[in-house]
Write a protein of this length. Structure first.
Length: 567
């Protein structure tokens, strides 16, 4: 009986059935959470607005205006950035950090099923499902079923890593899934006997989609090019295949840039495109992007703080977190050496560790902010690697030198067990209200921007949306002092304008001002440091005082939104 049971669980097909069940459980856990707490967040609203505009109007432009001057064409927005708008005030090819590969899937879903809450959630959730399947395939090839099980335990005990970025349409889950697809295709290409160039091309195209979705994904793909270089050194791949890999990746991004060039030049002129491109390059080089344009010295405290963001996947203690960081840092090279003759498994380690290492170096040394979102890819790749490291340590516990291997296995088990134990509130079958409360408190207390950085109860957002849906068709939405609520623009199907633009627009009835979660929600805080109650209240009072001057009639107010009639 025992032998039959062991044989049953060692069966490859049984293991994959269990893996599928675990993946579906993770998805169910998230969908149940979204149904209650999944109000659309502001940044997600930007990208979904572009997707809705593309689906309904065939226009790749936002549903949020940041321009005061209503003249179509290029000009400075309220933040002093050069943007290009149409007659409605929609901004073309914005924002700089998200490309079409992250927007078009959402647009297709909206086109087919129409706009709606679950249509806006479907794209990220489908890519999350695909990403979990691809990650499981990689880990299964690397360390078998136990590695996949460890990964699922990580995602169970640290649900904040998928909650929010896994269901919001901000590009992270799209770009990660494209990158994982590129990893899988690279493994196939490296082992292929025929049509290798086609597999390398497919790998490069998937990598190109990841980079076109979010430029930051290029860091996570660093291991891909390192793995190919080792194949080339071993004479297992040709220079031609390398050119095809790199060329295919670049071609996707060049196609996207060419589309912007042609579109803006035909609609306006080449000078408009040149200024548009200059703004994008400035964004990439400076604080909004790579940080390479303003290198400047970082304080040791700031660097240390960013290293310790690894606490998001370990125990909330500096010593234990740094120990986990060191395990990730040294396990990659160690595993590459131990598995060097096992090409497929070695390549997977290089793909995971190389992406984590380059991404982490950029985040720690160059990134101007300490947003977990900007290090999310690296944290996910670290989880994949740690899931295998623990299994590999126990698989080799009796190898010589035995005492070192046994000590390492026990140490790793202790570190990860302490981390899991410290996530007690996450141990429920579904996400509890107590865990949301803990995230809220951690968000307010943290010196960096965590995930999630806001949770909007769906009922609170639906109540505000119901008010906007009752406005006359002539009614327009305005935001004060640069504090936008892009999510209400896409949900209501109306364009959101800066309040300063209203005097330059034709008179209309039904106009309202919206004050949103960035100011009045319980989660509101300064970006890089906690906001004191006095600071927060002072900012709110300043904006609300201006709103009251412009807006005599309060129409709606709850914990996340305030809507005021301008007539």
């Amino acid at each position: 009986m025992t032998k039959n049971l062991i044989s049953f669980f060692q069966n490859k097909y049984t293991q994959w059935v269990l893996i599928v069940i675990l993946i579906l459980y993770q998805m169910t856990r998230i969908i149940v959470f979204v149904n209650v707490y999944g109000g659309v967040e502001h940044d997600s609203g930007w990208f979904l607005g572009i997707a809705r505009s593309l689906a309904e109007q065939g226009v790749y432009a936002t549903m949020v205006s940041t321009m005061v001057d209503p003249t179509p064409g290029g000009g400075e927005n309220i933040y002093g950035q050069y943007k290009v708008q149409n007659a409605k005030g929609q901004i073309y090819f914005f924002p700089e950090s998200i490309g079409a590969a992250g927007v078009i899937p959402n647009a297709i879903i909206i086109k087919v099923f129409g706009p709606g809450f679950w249509a806006y959630r479907a794209g990220p959730l489908l890519f999350l499902l695909l990403g979990l399947i691809l990650a499981s395939a990689l880990l299964y090839r690397l360390g078998g079923f136990l590695s996949v099980l460890m990964c699922q335990l990580f995602l169970f005990f640290y649900p904040q890593l998928l909650i929010f970025l896994g269901y919001e349409a901000m590009g992270e889950i799209f770009s990660l899934t494209y990158a994982l697809l590129a990893f899988v295709l690279f493994l196939v290409a490296a082992q292929a006997k025929t049509y290798r160039w086609l597999w390398f091309m497919a790998c490069g195209l998937a990598a190109g989609l990841a980079v076109t979705t979010k430029t930051i994904a290029l860091l996570s793909l660093a291991g891909l090019f390192l793995a190919w270089l080792i194949l080339y050194w071993q004479k297992r791949s040709s220079f031609k295949e390398g050119l095809i890999l790199v060329g295919s990746c670049i071609s996707v991004r060049l196609l996207w840039e060419l589309m912007q060039l042609v579109s803006l030049t035909l609609m306006f002129d080449f000078q408009t495109y040149q200024r548009f491109l200059a703004q994008h390059l400035d964004f990439f080089l400076n604080e909004g992007g790579s940080g390479m344009g303003q290198p400047g010295p970082h304080s040791f405290t700031f660097l240390w703080q960013k290293i310790l963001i690894v606490k998001e996947i370990s125990f909330n203690n500096n010593f234990f977190a740094f120990a986990v960081f060191l395990v990730i840092l040294f396990s990659g090279p160690g595993l590459m050496w131990r598995l060097f003759r096992d090409e497929a498994r070695r390549n997977i380690v290089i793909l995971l560790w190389g992406g984590w290492f380059i991404h982490s170096v950029w985040f720690i040394a160059l990134a101007k902010g300490a947003w977990v979102r900007h290090n999310w890819h690296a944290l996910i790749l670290a989880i994949f690697l740690l899931s295998f490291v623990l299994v590999y340590a126990w698989q080799n516990v009796n190898h010589q030198p035995r005492w070192i291997n046994q000590s390492l296995a026990v140490l790793l088990t202790g570190l990860l067990a302490i981390g899991f134990y410290g996530q007690a509130n996450a141990a429920g079958l579904f996400i509890s209200n107590q865990l949301v409360d803990r995230w809220y408190q951690e968000h307010l207390d943290s010196t960096y921007s965590r995930v999630p950085w806001i949770i909007i109860p769906r009922a609170e957002q639906d109540a505000a949306l119901a008010v906007l849906q009752k406005l006359p068709t002539s009614g327009r939405l305005f935001y004060p002092a640069g504090h936008k609520s892009a999510e209400l623009a896409v949900l209501s199907g109306r364009i959101l304008y800066p309040l300063e633009r209203r005097p330059l627009m034709p008179a209309a009835s039904g106009d309202v001002i919206i004050v949103g979660p960035s100011l009045i929600s319980p989660w509101a805080k300064l970006m890089e440091k906690p906001m004191s109650q006095a600071e927060r209240q002072g900012l709110i009072d300043t904006v609300l005082q201006r709103v009251k001057q412009e807006c005599p009639h309060l129409v709606f107010e709850n914990s996340y939104y305030l809507i005021c009639a301008l007539d």
